[in-house]
Write a protein that binds this ligand. Structure first.
Ligand SMILES: [Zn+2]
Length: 376
């Protein structure tokens, strides 16, 4: 097949434009500016656009469809264009810059670099009319907070798809992802009885003291052998140094390998009882992202991608199950063969040393293009 060349210098320029359009999830207008940019980058292509207005304070979703191969079930590509970095990161600790093979910038690795290279592959395939299946590209605004408003759209599109390709960052030297742990999120509140810490100590029931015991109980659920981890990631409570605290609050993160463990540990956390009967414990939350388990169909899809990579000249590997969740969890849980981690290689997601590797741009753009041209 006659291919347009991959112009890495031009792509670095494109990635720079995307990265310099900061788009933290909570800044709706900023994320919409990023969606505008994607929209302008697909203008002139033989595609149908659908911009789905944001809701609940989040920005819009954008669906780009190339139906040269018809309208039946096809390939769904998923990219989130929100980042965790607040506005000002670019002007502060993490400006866009190049250092040898590394390109730095907020969201460059997670996941604007990967989204941009997939978009380049999509553009070339759309222009050439060379996809074997219809291709739908969905850009979402809220992955970094658990995809509250895009999840239903992702699931609706995935149900219509034969395959799902997710452009999250590559791992450990270019590996892709074929399995992810499921993620649960919980909020726990303890409600005690306030009292003057000097004059009325005996009348108080400390919400913080109770929570200290709850924290140890929750952290104690971690079982590495089973791949279960629990983390109390945030805590707040009390009103003043001289008051027996009435309230304390924590946020809990749960990671599991399989659906059964998800149900078991969700039940354990939701069922936590107070140690001190004078205190109330309120727990809310549950599993957010179901486990993404490597099915036989995912293995077949992975082997196909491996063959495409071999044709390009590199050896594609996959990671063992990773602890981080993504929108691929939703689609894999629906039974749709999903490959993830197809984005740029690099390191430092969510940090001030976040970077992508320039040397990975061309092979991974070719891999994405090869997948779109061979999946059937
Ligand atoms: Zn991501």
């Amino acid at each position: 097949m006659q291919h347009a060349s991959i112009d890495v210098a031009a792509m670095i320029g494109g990635i720079q434009r995307w990265v310099e359009t900061e788009s933290p999830t909570q800044s709706t207008a900023a994320v919409n500016r990023m969606i505008d940019l994607v929209q302008s980058d697909v203008s002139g292509l033989p595609v149908k656009l659908e911009r789905v207005p944001g809701r609940n304070g989040f920005a819009d979703n954008l669906i780009v469809r190339n139906q040269a191969a018809g309208e039946g079930p096809g390939v769904l590509i998923l990219s989130h264009i929100d980042t965790v970095h607040p506005i000002g990161t670019l002007a502060g600790p993490l400006p866009f810059r190049r250092d040898g093979d590394k390109l730095y910038g907020p969201g460059l690795f997670d996941m604007k670099g990967g989204a941009y290279l997939a978009l380049e592959a999509f553009r070339q395939v759309a222009n050439a009319g060379s996809a074997k299946l219809p291709v739908t590209y969905l850009f979402t605004p809220d992955e970094e907070v658990g995809s509250p408003t895009s999840r239903s759209l992702i699931e609706a599109e995935a149900k219509k798809a034969r395959y799902v390709l997710v452009t999250e960052p590559a791992r450990d030297g270019g590996k892709i992802v074929t399995a992810r742990k499921g993620v649960g999120r919980f909020e726990l509140k303890t409600i005690g009885v306030p009292a003057h810490s000097g004059a009325r100590h005996q009348d108080g029931r400390s919400a913080i003291k109770e929570m200290a015991r709850q924290v140890l109980a929750i952290e104690g659920l971690t079982d590495y052998a089973r791949g279960v981890t629990t983390t109390v990631g945030m805590i707040s409570g009390g009103t003043a140094p001289n008051v027996i605290p009435q309230y304390c609050h924590i946020s809990v993160d749960l990671r599991v390998r399989d659906v059964a463990a998800g149900e078991e540990f969700e039940k354990k956390i939701l069922g936590l009882e107070p140690f001190d009967p004078g205190i109330r414990v309120e727990v809310t939350g549950g599993m957010n992202r179901p486990p993404f388990e490597k099915s036989a169909a995912i293995d077949v899809l992975f082997r196909h991608a491996q063959a495409v990579a071999r044709g390009i000249g590199f050896d594609l590997q996959h990671t063992e199950m990773t602890g981080g969740g993504s929108d691929g969890n939703f689609t894999a849980a629906l039974g749709v063969p999903t490959l993830d981690g197809l984005g740029i290689d690099g390191d430092g997601a969510h940090t001030e040393w976040e970077h992508g590797l320039i040397s990975s741009i061309e092979p991974r753009t070719r891999l994405m293009r090869g997948l779109l041209e061979t999946l059937q």
